[in-house]
Write a protein that binds this ligand. Structure first.
Ligand SMILES: Cc1cc2nc3c(=O)[nH]c(=O)nc-3n(C[C@H](O)[C@H](O)[C@H](O)COP(=O)(O)OP(=O)(O)OC[C@H]3O[C@@H](n4cnc5c(N)ncnc54)[C@H](O)[C@@H]3O)c2cc1C
Length: 282
């Protein structure tokens, strides 16, 4: 038998988490899919779950001091419906699952599930997002790349909940998101690529962010490589594409699995990178 809690407030949820060590269930779309493997073995105590998807405190989307703050239980459908949220995030969400799943699946669940193919993650890494983590007495903030520490592994403590996702309300002039899967809808990514770029009035690249999903244990972003391109006149970019591509070749370390092969994943990532950089020059 599974014990289930349904707190009315976030404070109540945090108190339950502290005393009962419950598993938070937001939309349940990852948890329910994993349920058979989570069933308790012989002699183990039954798991307890706590519904958090309905908590008003976790359902807010607001802009504060130049930053977006998304409650952890904001659903993917809420993100799609919010026309002012950045286009690359909404596009990534539009490519996720199906409308039925998006109606219940949450932003916080996608992060806490920490899958290498979590589709909101390339955007959040590119925007240097932070997550707000609360227990019943304290709150702390972590950059997303320090929160997700490996496939299915996060820095969440047993008495904490992820409550908010924070990122700059910053739009980029050029943004390209590609999710490559077996089909257009309801499919997990074989790989994904997000490129964001801004140019200054003198025709130089003033900012660039490049992220790759599903091709390493966590999302790949390499700010030191991005920095090599920043400040370059676009006319000179073509001289740097081979060198940058070779550097990412070393970073992209996909695996073979039922969705794809490592060779395909790496080659398509490098093609998308080259395509994006060449498009900036054109
Ligand atoms: C048919 C189908 C298609 C899918 N397609 C995609 C896809 O295209 N792309 C993609 O990225 N994913 C996909 N998914 C996976 C899933 O829908 C997403 O990862 C979703 O965002 C998970 O959110 P959730 O609220 O349902 O998470 P849940 O299942 O409720 O939780 C996931 C994990 O996060 C923890 N958790 C949730 N919220 C919190 C919180 N606030 N604080 C602490 N821990 C928390 C839970 O305890 C659990 O460990 C798909 C799933 C299904 C079933």
């Amino acid at each position: 038998m599974v014990t289930a809690f349904r707190p009315v407030t976030l404070n109540e949820a945090l108190a339950i988490r502290r005393t009962h060590g419950t598993v938070p269930l937001a939309g349940g779309t990852d948890l329910m899919a994993a349920a058979p493997s989570c069933s308790p073995g012989r002699g183990e105590s039954s798991p307890s779950i706590m519904f958090i998807g309905h908590l008003t405190e976790l359902r807010q989307i607001r802009m504060e001091q130049g930053e977006w703050r998304l409650g952890a239980a904001v659903t993917l459908a809420d993100i799609l419906d919010h026309a002012r949220l950045p286009a690359p995030l909404r596009q990534a969400v539009a490519d996720m699952a199906s409308p039925a799943i998006r109606n219940v699946a949450t932003a916080g669940g996608n992060i806490c599930n920490a899958s290498p193919c979590g589709d909101t993650l390339p955007f959040l890494y590119a925007q240097a997002a932070r997550v707000l983590l609360c227990d019943s007495g304290n709150r702390r903030e972590l950059p997303i790349e320090r929160f997700i520490i490996g496939p299915g592994k996060t820095a969440l403590r047993p008495d904490e909940l992820l409550t908010e996702i924070v990122f700059p309300a910053r739009e980029f002039v050029v943004h390209r998101h590609h999710k490559v899967g077996a089909r257009r809808a309801n499919t997990l990514a074989k790989l994904s690529f997000l490129g964001l770029a801004d140019m200054d009035a003198a025709g130089r690249l003033s900012d660039i962010r490049l992220t790759f999903g599903s091709v390493a244990p966590t999302v790949i972003r390499a700010p030191q490589l991005e920095q090599r391109l920043c400040g370059l006149p676009l006319t000179e970019m073509k001289h740097h594409i081979d060198e940058i591509s070779a550097a990412y070749d070393g970073l992209i370390q996909p695996i073979d699995d039922q969705r794809s092969t490592r060779e395909y994943r790496k080659q398509v990532c490098l093609n998308l990178l080259r395509w994006f950089l060449e498009e900036l020059i054109a």
